[in-house]
Write a protein that binds this ligand. Structure first.
Ligand code: URA
Length: 213
């Protein structure tokens, strides 16, 4: 595989990799898939938030006063790229329950593979928030890039992208369009097939998490 952009970070934690393998298996049920996605998204969220800015706050323990570390700045903005993004969103929100949440609705035209917008609702003050866009599959990158275009147009300046699986094509496309956006993923797969699915992948993430076909 040719060199990947420096914006890509693969989370190689054994728990992430084990859970991902279970999710890839075609006979994994919807309920188990959903549960695994919830668990894995918390582990990925832990990684993508590892360098959040900190400050201190004066508190009183039962023993004495101390300057204790707390998160600095405005609450995070989590942006789910519908519909599959909601699966990742749930887990991340469990870890960062005070985050503000937005939704970008894009569907992929099956013929052209181009994104088509149908919904956009995001928290105010994006310019002052770390903004994490979530979508399980970074495939062609078309919809993810379009979503981040929209977030930047709405004022976001500090954007990260969280996914479960990435294809080299999507990672490159994202790095070209948004070189300032780090991409955090559990795995970088081989390629896209002619239908735009990630290979070996896990199939259609939305169908697998919602039990649709
Ligand atoms: N979206 C999916 O759900 N799966 C893929 O493999 C590619 C895009």
């Amino acid at each position: 595989m040719t060199e990947m952009p420096a914006t890509l970070r693969i989370v190689e934690h054994p728990l992430v990799q084990h859970k991902l393998t279970l999710m890839r298996e075609k006979d994994t049920s919807t309920a188990v898939f959903r549960q695994l996605l919830r668990e894995i998204s918390q582990l990925l969220a832990y990684e993508i938030t590892a360098d959040l800015p900190m400050t201190t706050k004066r508190i009183e323990t039962p023993i004495q006063q101390m300057d204790a570390p707390v998160l600095a700045g405005k609450k995070l903005a989590l942006i789910s790229i519908l519909r599959a993004g909601n699966g990742l969103l749930d887990g991340v929100l469990e870890l960062v329950p005070s985050a503000r949440v937005g939704f970008v609705g894009l569907y992929r035209d099956e013929e052209t593979l181009e994104p088509v917008e149908y919904y956009f609702k995001v928290p105010e003050g994006l310019a002052d928030r770390m903004t994490i866009a979530v979508d399980p599959m970074l495939a062609t990158g078309n919809s993810s890039v379009a979503a981040i275009d929209m977030l930047k147009k709405a004022g976001a300046t500090n954007v990260r992208f969280l996914c479960l699986l990435a294809a080299p094509e999507g990672v490159r496309r994202m790095a070209e369009a948004h070189p300032d956006v780090p991409v955090v993923t559990a795995a970088l797969d081989e390629r896209l097939n002619e239908k735009g699915y990630i290979v070996p992948g896990l199939g259609d993430a939305g169908d697998r998490m919602f039990g649709t076909k």
